[in-house]
Design a protein around this ligand. Structure first.
Ligand code: HEC
Ligand code: HEC
Ligand code: HEC
Ligand code: HEC
Length: 415
């Protein structure tokens, strides 16, 4: 298969993946404004912030998609990156996964005749943003299963949906054009209390809903959209989400990693939610308790737009999958134990001074991508095995490279 024939379907598939998530597709190729490589002698360039849509473009233009699929769309040589998330990865874990797989990945690139693409720091930041976004998405559901669930969960007893039909509640078909899970999170948040009231009145037991079940239901409702037309949202922006979380007073009741109110659960705790649809379900389950708390504290129920909800969800994701702070001292030990120091402090590799203050998992992944083949060759010459790194080790290495000054292990050992 030549590059050109492989490229087109892959591009389409990835756009489908983005649209399935209800966000507008990327401008290709993933061009970045204000891209600055650090020039020797100049002040360090700011660490770039990633952008989900540009990242989707980079994933295609740098040939990742020729080997990696997202939910079955794309290459089959490497693992499907939509399906390997195992509960979600932090950036350090993602950088460590790339680090560990790199020797095999390059072997495959040589076998397949795929050239080693240049990836800038900004592009790697975009790729990280894109891959973490993908990790938070739910694999698309099956409309037939969704239709069956609508019946089992008795939604159709009140709502008209396609050929199922109650008349007591709004026709859900009008939501068919909305694909972003944030829209469903908003709907569930706004309507759950009245819905539950209505269920109690009609003596219909309140159904349990799992995230996967809502994904299936939504996929059925989407399939009712006449021409497959879709309303797309901007992918959420975590910084904007953080501001909304303050402004809409969520923070008065919820803390995020210990900071904030204690009335509701901490929404920054690791792994409390596994996907965007998971947030919709959490809000559905807790709607009554949350409204009661709001009434008790005299806080008006916040009505978020779908776009605001998208920002908040992405913010909550970014905090609950954020790395814990690393230990620079432990990082310095790892630098020695894994053999990095043997080359990088003794002239066998370049000084890593330029990373001070600007090392992140993404900048290290970029360095790895660009310098790894030479580094791997040097290790092979010296009979050193490619050192495997855990996510936590990567996190501590980043902290050590970032430390305001070089950590001397000898000095600290003296009492
Ligand atoms: C020539 C094929 C090929 C290309 C191109 C390629 N990869 Fe890979 N990738 C692989 C293979 C094969 C593995 C699994 C290696 C192993 O098992 O050790 C892998 C593993 C990974 C992993 C670890 C996955 C996991 O679940 O642990 C990540 C992350 C990854 N690649 C990201 C990328 C990104 C980002 C790009 C583009 C910049 C890319 N890959 C380009 C073949 C490729
Ligand atoms: C007992 C009747 C009843 C059942 C059963 C029911 N709903 Fe509702 N639903 C309502 C009512 C009433 C409203 C309007 C609530 C309001 O105005 O706040 C509503 C509103 C909604 C909305 C917002 C619709 C809009 O157009 O604004 C969604 C989405 C929704 N329900 C989904 C579901 C799902 C999914 C199920 C099945 C798991 C379900 N409902 C089961 C009565 C019901
Ligand atoms: C007046 C206090 C209060 C405010 C304000 C508030 N919440 Fe809550 N929230 C709660 C309580 C209490 C619960 C737990 C309810 C229960 O368990 O029944 C909760 C639960 C949740 C959950 C489910 C958490 C989980 O662990 O599953 C989410 C998500 C959530 N709130 C989001 C928000 C967002 C977003 C805002 C701002 C728009 C907000 N909350 C504002 C009190 C509040
Ligand atoms: C066998 C010697 C050797 C070992 C061991 C080694 N490296 Fe390297 N490293 C190199 C060489 C040589 C380069 C420059 C490659 C090039 O010029 O493309 C390099 C480049 C780098 C760069 C990019 C430097 C830049 O200027 O941007 C980083 C970051 C890096 N290594 C980190 C590490 C870490 C972390 C470890 C340990 C886990 C490690 N290296 C182990 C030899 C080594």
């Amino acid at each position: 298969m030549t590059f050109r024939t492989a490229f087109r379907p892959v591009r389409r598939a990835l756009l489908v993946a983005l649209c399935a998530a209800g966000i507008a597709p990327p401008a290709l190729p993933g061009a970045r404004a204000g891209e600055g490589a650090a020039r020797p002698g100049s002040a360090p360039a700011p660490v770039p912030r990633g952008d989900v849509r540009r990242g989707a473009g980079v994933f295609i233009s740098k040939a990742c998609a020729r080997c990696h699929a997202i939910w079955g769309h794309g290459g089959e040589i490497g693992p499907d990156l939509g399906r390997t998330r195992a509960g979600g990865l932090t950036d350090s874990e993602l950088a460590a996964a790339m680090w560990n797989h790199v020797p095999r990945m390059w072997g495959k690139m040589q076998e397949e005749g795929i050239p080693h693409a240049i990836i800038s720091e900004g592009e790697m930041a975009d790729l990280f943003a894109y891959l973490s976004f993908v990790r938070a998405l739910d694999e698309p559901g099956n409309p037939d299963v969704g239709r069956q669930l609508l019946q089992e969960k008795r939604c159709g007893q009140c709502h008209a949906v396609g050929d199922l039909g109650g008349t007591a509640a709004p026709d859900l078909r009008r939501w068919a054009r909305y694909r972003n899970p944030a829209v469903w999170a908003k709907l569930m948040f706004d309507h759950a209390p009245r819905m539950v009231e209505e269920m109690n009145r009609r003596k219909i037991p309140v159904p349990t809903l799992e995230p996967r079940e809502l994904v299936q239901i939504v996929s059925y409702i989407r399939s009712l959209s006449p021409s497959g037309e879709a309303e797309l949202l901007e992918p959420g922006d975590p910084a904007e989400g953080g501001k909304i979380f303050q402004r809409r007073r969520c923070v008065q009741c919820h803390s995020v990693r210990g900071k904030g109110g204690k009335v509701g659960p901490d929404l920054g705790r690791r792994g409390w939610v596994a996907s965007f649809t998971g947030v919709a379900i959490a809000e559905w389950k807790h709607a009554a308790g949350m409204r009661a708390a709001m009434a008790a504290y005299g806080i008006e129920v916040p009505m978020l737009t779908s776009q605001e909800m998208a920002h908040v969800i992405v913010y909550l994701f970014s905090v609950s999958y954020a790395d814990d702070p690393g230990s620079p001292r432990r990082g310095a030990e790892i630098f020695r134990e894994k053999g990095c120091a043997a080359c990088h402090e003794k002239g066998g590799g370049p000084s890593l001074e330029r990373y001070r203050g600007r090392a992140t998992p993404a900048t290290l992944a970029q360095a790895l991508w660009m310098h790894g083949p030479t580094m791997l060759e040097r290790m092979r010459d010296l009979g050193i095995r490619w050192p495997a790194l855990h996510g936590e080790e990567m996190r501590d290495l980043v902290a050590a490279l970032n430390a305001p000054e070089k950590i001397s292990l000898e000095a600290k050992k003296e009492p």
